[in-house]
Design a protein. Structure first.
Length: 356
């Protein structure tokens, strides 16, 4: 691989189509030249959640126009692309196949190599795209709709999982609680917005595994507690749970968010203490949560710990994180791009399978 090259990244694991182009120059941190993103939220709202077949079809419609948009914004052409990266997994099988198929077709047509990227590694390395990129080593809190993990990160591909969820992820706790309260889709952001108007100590909700002797998470019990509390409130008001409104609903939303955030903060601090590291990276969609950022910033500042996040617009799934992860893997020498264009995808793909 030349010392100066461009990586095109394609993300299509779920309900966002993302394309981006990054430039690599020697061992300097790769630079994002341009990215474009299309969210399918509006389409899926009518169904209360992601419909896999509709998601796949929409990726087909969006990926090439987004690629053209990125190339135009960066001032590059397809001939300037040296590597085509794509999300290989985990994610929805049909959606992943769209990105993989387009990436490998582009690679074959350009006679350029391709590289399949782990979606979670993309999130994990996305803070390197920020104006305040971290340095290795660090503790990472990877927190999204489907995953909640704490890990020690010593370098690209050098990850040690310290703790993970044994049932629902933090993002699932947000989304499922929001659905129970009739807040619609996407639930997590809706619950967070409502929580801003509520009292976070109005209701006593459990903090599962908060005082355990490990760094694992569990949020299924919290979701059940929210449902029980909502039914009590609805019974007292003589309405269905979906009929709850006003301050009481805001208070329950705030109390739910407070429980999730407290667990994430306390476990992250415990991981820092256990490893002796003084740097924390937060990545994944839930990393955009205002309350989580506020509480982590306060707690880390008191302990002299640096904390890093992706830019807010790069917290959700996006092509920039895929291009960045591919570039950093190539740069580190732990993986080579391939000119074999037969492809597969991995809807279930444990992160520890890609560790160096």
């Amino acid at each position: 691989m030349a010392k100066d090259y461009c990586v095109l990244g394609i993300e299509s694991s779920c309900d966002e189509t993302g394309v981006a182009l990054v430039r690599v120059q020697g061992q300097d941190l790769p630079v994002l030249l341009a990215h474009a993103l299309y969210s399918q939220i509006e389409m899926h709202q009518a169904y209360g959640g992601v419909v896999p077949e509709l998601a796949s079809r929409d990726h087909i419609r969006r990926v090439l126009p987004l690629t053209q948009e990125v190339l135009q914004a960066s001032g590059k052409t397809l001939q300037d692309v040296d590597v085509v990266a794509f999300t290989r997994g985990p994610g929805l099988a049909g959606a992943l196949l769209v990105g993989a198929g387009v990436a490998c077709a582009l690679g074959a047509s350009l006679a350029k190599p391709v590289l399949g990227v782990h979606h979670l590694e993309g999130h994990l390395l996305s803070p390197f795209l920020s104006v305040d990129p971290p340095e290795f080593p660090f503790v990472a809190l990877l927190v999204s709709g489907g995953h909640t993990q704490l890990m020690q990160v010593d370098g690209v591909g050098r990850y040690q999982i310290l703790g993970e969820t044994i049932d629902d992820a933090a993002g699932e706790a947000f989304d499922k609680s929001a659905k129970l309260l009739g807040l619609g889709y996407p639930g997590g952001p809706a619950l967070s917005r409502l929580a801003e108007m509520g009292d976070p100590v109005a209701f006593k909700l459990p903090r599962p595994l908060l005082h355990s002797d490990n760094l694992d998470f569990s949020f299924a019990g919290l979701k059940t507690a929210v449902m029980v509390q909502a039914k009590k409130l609805a019974s007292a008001q003589g309405c269905a749970v979906e009929g709850l409104h006003g301050q009481v609903l805001a208070d329950l939303a705030a109390s739910t968010q407070a429980a999730i955030v407290e667990v994430l903060v306390k476990k992250s601090l415990a991981a820092l203490k256990a490893t002796g590291l003084r740097r924390l990276v937060v990545a994944g969609g839930v990393g955009a949560n205002h309350s989580l950022r506020e509480q982590l910033n306060l707690a880390c500042a008191r302990r002299g710990v640096r904390v890093h996040y992706p830019e807010l617009h790069l917290c959700t799934d996006n092509g920039a994180m895929i291009a960045m992860a591919a570039a950093m893997r190539l740069q580190s020498g732990i993986q080579l791009a391939s000119e074999v264009y037969a492809f597969d995808v991995k809807p279930r793909w444990p992160l520890d399978e890609i560790m160096a």
